[in-house]
Design a protein around this ligand. Sequence first.
Ligand SMILES: O=C(O)C[C@@H](Cc1ccccc1)C(=O)SCC(=O)c1ccccc1
Ligand SMILES: [Zn+2]
Length: 168
Amino acid sequence: DKLDIVLYPDEGLREVCKPVPEMTDELDKLIDEMFYTMYDAPGIGLAAPQVAVQQRLIVVDISETKDEPIALLNPEIVKTAGKITWEEGCLSIPGIYAKVDRPSDILVRGMDRDGKTIEFEANELLAVCIQHEIDHLNGKLFIDHLSGLKRTRAIQKFKKEMAVQANS
Ligand SMILES: O=C(O)C[C@@H](Cc1ccccc1)C(=O)SCC(=O)c1ccccc1
Ligand SMILES: [Zn+2]
């Protein structure tokens, strides 16, 4: 079932998450709930700290048909190359979008939900999304990649939108 998505500026979003020691039935259930929550938002990625679980676990699916799910435990970026600018959003900072520069090609290593170590290359939007999710595991948000002025403006816009919603 659907999980609540933690919103900025919740402190949990700023914590460095702990590695997952091994796959468990509980984690398997959490992964299903994270995919369900992500598809419902809708989003193309979700990191465990966004649902108040401070563990190194991310789910991603950039397909339009919502049938290419990737769950990664303890993901690491082994190599990067190239550069891409993408207008990113974040389910924990709804309504805010901003251009972020990141490497366009990455080699990712992690454990899949069967507990097997996997290593694969990702590029373009998949690379952008995986990097955005791994940032969440390190307490980093996409607005942290913005210049001071852009970041301040994004936060002010978000706070204003939240205030409007609170009074509506
Ligand atoms: O907060 C998150 O991690 C989810 C975020 C992931 C992400 C989006 C864009 C660039 C990098 C990472 C989102 O999914 S925001 C919503 C979104 O971008 C989207 C929603 C529906 C269809 C397509 C994109
Ligand atoms: Zn995000």
